[in-house]
Unconditional design. Structure first.
Length: 159
């Protein structure tokens, strides 16, 4: 094994109201920010927790990651509680109008980044029980590979 490779087993549950596309978006967000302290939170029905977070030993939130199009109140709460906040959008037809509507108020949040993930439907083919994925990250592209199936996810930084 190359010294830069790391194998990590994850348990990732599909919430009853969650689509496979959203599940894979959570996985992509995890991969793009992976470190020993990053964890998946309780789920999409929790108002007090993001989709993923990284906490310091003293309980401070180092990184808050949300998916989708949160409202201004949630963004303000996340930015107030965490050192760094990343919102990953992943559905272009919903993300573009949301961002256009909220863009003006986002400049006041200095610890906020918004990144659009260009996910295609091929990523859903990778979503199955017992996934065994390999990933390659190069510049702003992430390639997920499982046997003969692969998909490339690009990122567009919006803020």
């Amino acid at each position: 094994m190359c010294p830069y490779e790391k194998v990590r087993n994850l348990t990732l549950a599909l919430h009853p109201s969650e689509t496979e596309l959203r599940l894979m978006a959570r996985l992509v967000a995890f991969i793009l920010n992976a470190n020993e302290d990053l964890v998946f939170c309780k789920g999409i029905d929790q108002d007090d927790e993001p989709d993923l977070w990284e906490k310091a030993l003293d309980g401070d939130i180092e990184l808050w990651i949300d998916l989708g199009q949160p409202d201004e109140k949630r963004i303000k709460k996340a930015c107030g509680r965490s050192k760094k906040v990343i919102i990953y959008t992943y559905q272009e037809n919903m993300a573009t109008p949301w961002f256009a509507q909220i863009e003006g108020i986002l400049s006041r949040f200095k610890n906020l980044s918004i990144v659009h993930l260009n996910l295609d439907e091929e990523i859903i083919e990778l979503a199955k029980r017992g996934m065994n994925l390999q990933c390659n990250i190069s510049d702003s592209e992430l390639t997920l590979i499982e046997k003969d199936t692969s998909t490339t996810i690009t990122q567009r930084v919006c803020k």
